[in-house]
Design a protein around this ligand. Structure first.
Ligand SMILES: NC(=O)c1ccc[n+]([C@@H]2O[C@H](COP(=O)([O-])OP(=O)(O)OC[C@H]3O[C@@H](n4cnc5c(N)ncnc54)[C@H](O)[C@@H]3O)[C@@H](O)[C@H]2O)c1
Length: 360
């Protein structure tokens, strides 16, 4: 396969910010078709990409012969139908998180992708953060010892503004948990392994956003036990007034083990905090240059804002996996594990009980 043709389904925020610049970095890749249900958004994407094949129907787009792979970046409720249509047409799929509306739905996506032997990637973009990759490397190397505690806290100030489809359960599934905490749940799995059971709470403190009803969670907290015996505490909020948003607001991951502790804050992209057992406390640990880009990525880490540009390596990983006919680094099965935690957290909040994680 020389040139790989890509269709983008959903040409809104994340496609223009992450996927297109990422694809631009990849050699012998061409965006051959665009799809969006909103003709005005489609026209903006057509002008930005120069791609003249556009449609409001994903069914039409995924079947095209000049499309080998599909990037899905639509509201969450539409991920499964688009992915299943693309897989049925034999196309490789990069799908945004959360992959679907329930673990049952996501399992069908993962099974279909495996059966069709296409590459599948869940866009847990934070797996590509240089410091988080370095942290994973150190933990797997044994520098942490036995993991005791995983902790993550993601706080943003979104106020009461209208967040469109994100405040409608029928389109989003959940609010803060799917939107933001999903990345941290996946990273917890990546570092510590699967969760065994959890208790959680979800709260909707703004039932009206920008004059429209909001039936999704603004805040979520999960208390978890991992199968390894480690504990987990994960919190995420849209309502931390005054703390700013995006990577400019507090976003922290910590892990404590029998030998050491490490922590990472998104804003400080090039370092971890590290402390050894019995030592004087946390000190800065610079991220070595070899972790600044994903292995093989042609990206120059000194170009652009490092808090943004690491995201472009995700498209490179997808294309590289297609070219080399190997599994992607983050598959639909990772998306499924995250979805199982989401389903369990929602159930726990509803029943006010601990919930055992049952892997589908
Ligand atoms: N990985 C990340 O870090 C990250 C960051 C932001 C968003 N996301 C995810 O990306 C997805 C899109 O989010 P966004 O912020 O770009 O939203 P957005 O609203 O900016 O864009 C979504 C686009 O999909 C289009 N659309 C809706 N239904 C469609 C359909 N049936 N067929 C074709 N197009 C359709 C809309 O018109 C819109 O242009 C969500 O799943 C979100 O969770 C992931």
């Amino acid at each position: 396969m020389s040139t790989i043709g890509i269709a983008i389904v959903g040409c809104g925020g994340i496609s223009l910010q992450n996927h297109l610049p990422g694809l631009t970095l990849c050699k012998d890749v061409r965006v051959t078709a665009l799809c969006d249900s909103n003709p005005a958004t489609l026209e903006v994407a057509r002008q930005q990409t120069g791609c003249s094949v556009t449609s409001t129907s994903y069914e039409e787009i995924v079947r095209r012969d000049d499309v080998q792979a599909v990037i899905i970046a639509t509201p969450n409720a539409t991920h499964a139908p688009v992915a299943l249509a693309a897989i049925e047409a034999g196309k490789h799929v990069l799908c945004e998180k959360p992959l679907g509306m329930s673990a049952v739905e996501v399992k069908a996506m993962a099974d279909a992708a495996d059966k069709a032997d296409v590459r599948h990637l869940t866009a847990f973009t934070y797996r590509f953060v240089p410091a988080m990759r370095y942290l994973h490397h150190l933990v797997k190397r044994g520098d942490l010892g036995t993991p005791h505690h995983y902790r993550s806290c993601r706080l943003q100030d979104w106020g009461t503004r209208n967040v469109g489809w994100r405040q409608q359960k029928r389109l989003a599934g959940t609010g803060e948990i799917g939107d933001m905490l999903s990345h941290r749940i996946d990273f917890a799995h990546h570092l510590v392994g699967p969760m065994k059971r959890l208790v959680a709470n979800l709260m909707t403190l703004t039932p009206v956003r920008g004059g429209q009803p909001n039936d999704t969670d603004d805040w979520v907290a999960i208390l978890a036990e991992f199968k390894s015996g480690a504990s987990g505490v994960l919190e995420s909020s849209k309502l931390a007034s005054g703390v700013n948003e995006s990577w400019r607001s507090p976003d922290r991951v910590e892990i404590n083990g029998s030998e050491a502790s490490f922590s990472f804050t998104t804003g400080a992209w090039g370092e971890l905090q590290f402390g050894k057992i019995g030592g004087p406390g946390l000190t800065s640990l610079p991220v070595p240059r070899e972790f600044w880009t994903w292995p093989g990525s042609p990206r120059d880490p000194q170009q652009g804002d490092p808090l943004v540009t690491f995201r472009y390596d995700q498209a490179f990983e997808f294309i590289d996996a297609i070219r080399n006919q190997r599994p992607c680094a983050v598959t639909f099965h990772d998306g499924l594990r995250m979805q199982e935690v989401t389903d369990a957290a929602v159930k726990s909040a509803q029943t006010k009980q601990w919930v055992e994680l049952e892997s589908l």
